[in-house]
Ligand binder design. Structure first.
Ligand code: PLP
Length: 363
């Protein structure tokens, strides 16, 4: 290509999504596959969201509400925050992009756990910033090491709790102590994409995180527990001053009309959320027990997925599962060539995964 690509763009590692069912079935000429690879809600979307969406289809010729007036207010009211503290995004991914665009300059440093969700590094690099990976310690975010790496050029610190792919949640007290140690000019981003699955609700109130004098941004999404990954809607909770900066760089219609309508209805569908939590908690317990029976070690998880270790290379096991129509997530790109991540499915999907795994391992 004749066009020069800036070196910081060439340095961006490509994002590897979970394999879509359609792709697997096209490649292998099979049907009836299941996907347990992207931590999606196994129950589908909230029925109230589907109904609200259907009722709104006739208004799709109108641009969406730019600030998501109703949805931001509903979220703020739920969480005991001011509406000015809520910024909606085209998935919580977009909030990462807005933060990077608004606050990072070439040469700035961004701390992130290693491994972590790929978008932290991608957005940092896209802004010309320097990602500073801090390895997990014993599969947990190493807050001590991260605090030690904060320097004069550090602008953003990314944390993910519960962490993808380990499922580990940073204990509340440790998180608050860490945030209190950060310099006032460093933004801490706490990605809580899986927070709805945490079993201890007292630990999920975002207000203590946002109460301190430091700039903290809490990321949440409708993609996981609310079952709306395909519509792309998430949000950030933050000081109003940070929100005002993000609005400067936010595309005016970043969250589409369908997504706003469906997310509002999903928030009201408390029965669906409770059922999603129940299915995930039971599924986690079922999968843990099944993996243990196969002699496989898995990490404790507070999210809707489990990371488990294989005796050797995971790739042939991943391939063997694909051949049986079961898609899970290989973790070699996360630096774990001997681990796989499986998302909780419906009970029959979980059983099918364990049966396929038993067959592949020849147990
Ligand atoms: C799934 C996930 C998200 C959610 O991304 P959306 O853009 O809201 O769909 C964010 N962070 C992590 C770590 C995730 O695993």
């Amino acid at each position: 290509m004749a066009v020069a690509v800036p070196p910081h763009i060439l340095a961006i590692p490509p994002y590897v999504p979970g394999k879509p069912i359609e792709e697997l079935e096209r490649e292998r000429g099979i049907t009836g596959s299941i996907k347990l690879a992207s931590n999606e809600n196994p129950l589908g979307p909230s029925p109230r969201a589907i109904a609200a969406l259907a009722a709104a289809l006739g208004t799709l010729h109108r641009y969406p509400d730019s600030t998501g007036y109703r949805l931001t207010r509903k979220i703020a009211r739920r969480l005991g925050l001011a509406p000015e503290q809520v910024v909606l995004g085209n998935g919580s991914d977009e909030i990462l992009a807005l933060l990077a665009r608004a606050f990072l300059q070439p040469g700035d440093e961004v701390l992130l756990p290693e491994p972590a969700f790929a978008m932290y590094e991608i957005e940092a690099r896209a802004s010309g910033a320097v990602p500073v990976p801090v390895p997990l310690h014993d599969f947990r975010t190493d807050l001590e090491a991260m605090a030690g790496r904060v320097g004069a050029r550090t602008r953003i610190v990314f944390l993910n709790s519960p962490h993808n792919p380990t499922g580990h949640r940073i204990p509340r007290e440790a998180l608050l102590r860490f945030l209190a140690r950060l310099p006032a000019e460093v933004i801490a981003v706490v990605d809580e994409a899986y927070v709805e699955f945490v079993r201890e609700p007292a630990d999920t109130d975002p207000r203590p995180l946002l109460a301190g004098p430091r700039p903290v941004v809490v990321l949440r999404t409708f993609s996981k527990a609310y079952g709306l990954a395909g519509l792309r809607v998430g949000y950030g909770l933050m000081p109003a001053g940070i929100a005002a900066v993000l609005h400067r760089v936010r595309p005016p219609f970043n969250v589409n009309r369908a997504a706003q309508v469906a997310a509002e209805a999903a928030l009201d569908d408390e029965a669906f959320l409770a059922e999603s939590r129940r299915v995930v908690h039971e599924g986690i317990d079922f999968l843990r027990a099944g993996l243990a029976r196969l002699g496989l070690f898995c990490l404790p998880s507070e999210a809707n997925f489990l990371m488990f270790a294989l005796p050797g290379e995971a790739r042939p096991v991943y391939e063997g599962l694909l051949a049986r129509g079961v898609i899970v997530r290989p973790l070699a790109s996360y630096g774990y060539p001997r681990h796989l991540r499986v998302s909780v499915g419906r009970p029959e999907e979980n059983r099918r995964f364990l049966d396929a795994l038993r067959a592949v391992l020849g147990r």
